[in-house]
Each structure stands twice: as C-alpha cells, then as structure tokens.
Design a protein around this ligand. Structure first.
Ligand SMILES: Nc1nc2c(ncn2[C@@H]2O[C@H](COP(=O)(O)OP(=O)(O)O)[C@@H](O)[C@H]2O)c(=O)[nH]1
Ligand SMILES: [Mg+2]
Length: 293
C-alpha cells in the first residue's frame, strides 16, 4: 500500500514538472490571452444565468398579474384615480311642474334677462356659466352647471340621469296657480324626496315659490304647509297600496308623526322668487351655499 502511494507521488511530481516545463515554453502573451478568454467566458456564463433568473421572475410576476385579472386591476386603478380626482359637484337641477317658470329662471340666472317663447321646451335646457349677478365681481369665478329638467310626467325619468351629479335641486312651484296644482306638485316632490340618491347623498332641495311679483301669489309659509299636508296624505296612501313600492325607494318622515320637511334627512328649505321680475337672490344664495368653490 505504502509503495503504491510513493509511486503516485512520484508520478504527480513528474506531471507537475512536465507541465511547468511546458508552461515555461509557452510565450507569456499566449498565457495572458488564454486567461482573458477564460475570464470572459466565465463572465458570459454568469451574465446568462442572471438574465435567465430575471426572465423567470418576470414570468412569475406576469403569471400573478394574469391570475389577478387585468380587468379588475383596471377597475381598481380607475377607482383610485377617481378618489384623488373627484370632480367638484357644481350641478344644480331646476325642476317643477310645467309652467312653474323653470326656463325663465334658467335664463335669468345665466343672462340676467328672461326669454319669451320657451314655454314648450321638451328637452332639458342645460348650460355651464358664471351667474350673471356675479360676472361683475372680481376674483376667481366658478361656473355653475344648471340643468332645467322639464316637468312633463313622461320626461321626469330624465331627472334620474342627472341626480348623481347634483349638488342641489331647485323645485319650482307656481305660487299663483298653486292650489289647482298642489296635488301634482306634491306628488312630484314626494317622488324626488324619496329617491335613494337624494336621501343617501343628502342632496339639498330648495322649494322655490315663484311668481311673487303677482299680488295673487300665495305666501311661502302657506305653500309649505299645504305641501306638507299633501305629502302626509300621499305617504299614508302610498304605503297602504304596496309595501314593496319600487318607484319610492325611501319612506318619508317619522312614523306616527305628521309630515314636515324638517324630518327629511336632506336639507329642505322654502324660498321665494320672481323669475320674470329678476328677483332671484334666494335661489342664487342656495346655489352659492351648495356649489363648492
Ligand atoms: N308673473 C310671472 N310669470 C312668470 C314668472 N316666471 C315665469 N312666468 C311665466 O310663466 C310661464 C311659464 O314659464 P316657463 O319658464 O316657460 O315655465 P317652465 O314650463 O317651468 O319652463 C311663462 O308664460 C312665463 O312668462 C314670474 O316670475 N312671474
Ligand atoms: Mg320650460
């Protein structure tokens, strides 16, 4: 065994001296070149391994994202953007029965004058403008988006399209021809006040008693009381007809108590105006109070 070991050592020394001898015969430039080639190939090998691992990790991430569903990702992204860039609500809806004076009021707000011959408007009148009364003011003026929503019963569904963007609703009542229209106005107002979007978003409502330039106009207190009385009756009759009334999404007021606008979750106020006479300060104040500047 020992003899075999000695033999091996001898052989190894021989190989070592032979290789040294061989190396000494090689010109040093060739050795440097060989070392450079060796280093370069090692570098290439390491680089290849790194790129491979990088591609693998990208694949893994992509797979995760694919399973996550691109559509969901897009929706989340949009939600985040919307959260940070929520448009300011500057829309005021002007509505009420036909003939209550919506279109005249619209032009008064915009131009400071009324336009005749617009009585038969069937399409919503819409505009974004700085209130005429504020045009002469200095400083930054915020335009208001005003929509005059026709009061015809078959066009009332349009109101639903505009409610999501509404900062406030102006509900016009003809203070002169109030009594013959009291029931119809109350029904329309009841529908507005029980809408889920109005209640949940607490959209403020201004009941504007219009045409106060006429001596025969009823007072706003009288109109408020009559509307409350009529809505009280409607509440009783409608809840008796059906408990699953689809058109009225919320019930109004406190059960067992007479209805009053003060019971509404959203702010309901009563004001006066004369669109034709240009006396519209209360509605302008309502707009200013509810459209963020
Ligand atoms: N006396 C008086 N008449 C008004 C007033 N506002 C509107 N009117 C008249 O009421 C009618 C209906 O007005 P309009 O604005 O077309 O009502 P809309 O159907 O609600 O758009 C028109 O003849 C107007 O001249 C007002 O403040 N005073
Ligand atoms: Mg009109």
């Amino acid at each position: 065994m020992e003899g075999f070991e000695v033999e091996w050592k001898k052989q190894a020394q021989q190989w070592w001296s032979q290789s040294l001898h061989y190396v000494h015969r090689i010109p040093p430039q060739q050795i440097y070149a060989a070392m450079a080639v060796l280093l370069f190939t090692t570098f290439l090998l390491l680089l290849g391994m790194y790129v491979y691992m990088y591609i693998c990790s990208i694949n893994l991430v992509l797979e995760l994202v694919c399973n996550f569903n691109y559509f969901d990702l897009f929706i989340y992204f949009c939600d985040v953007v919307r959260l940070f860039k929520r448009p300011k609500a500057n829309t005021i809806l002007v509505t009420g029965l036909s003939g209550s004076g919506k279109t005249v009021l619209f032009y008064q707000l915009r131009d400071g004058s009324f336009h005749q011959g617009t009585v038969t408007s069937m399409e919503p009148n819409e505009g974004t403008f700085v209130l005429h009364s504020e045009k002469s003011k200095n400083g930054k003026l915020n335009p208001i988006h005003v929509i005059d929503v026709p009061g015809h019963s078959r066009l009332r569904a349009k109101l639903d399209d505009f409610l999501p963007q509404a900062a406030g609703i102006v509900f016009l009542v003809d203070a002169v021809e109030f009594l013959p229209n009291c029931r119809a106005a109350s029904e329309y107002l009841y529908d507005i006040l029980t809408k889920a979007s109005v209640v949940r978003k607490k959209i403020p409502v201004l009941i504007l008693c219009n045409k106060t330039d006429k001596v025969t106009a009823h007072s706003k207190e009288f109109i408020r009381k009559q509307l409350e009385k009529e809505i009280d009756k409607l509440r009783a009759s409608r809840s008796a007809v059906s408990t699953a009334d689809l058109t009225n999404e919320f019930t109004l007021g406190a059960p067992g108590e007479r209805f009053a606008f003060s019971q509404c979750q959203n702010k309901v106020t009563v004001g006066e105006a004369s669109g034709l006479g240009g006396e519209i300060s209360q509605v302008e104040q309502f707009i200013r109070d509810n459209v963020k500047s």
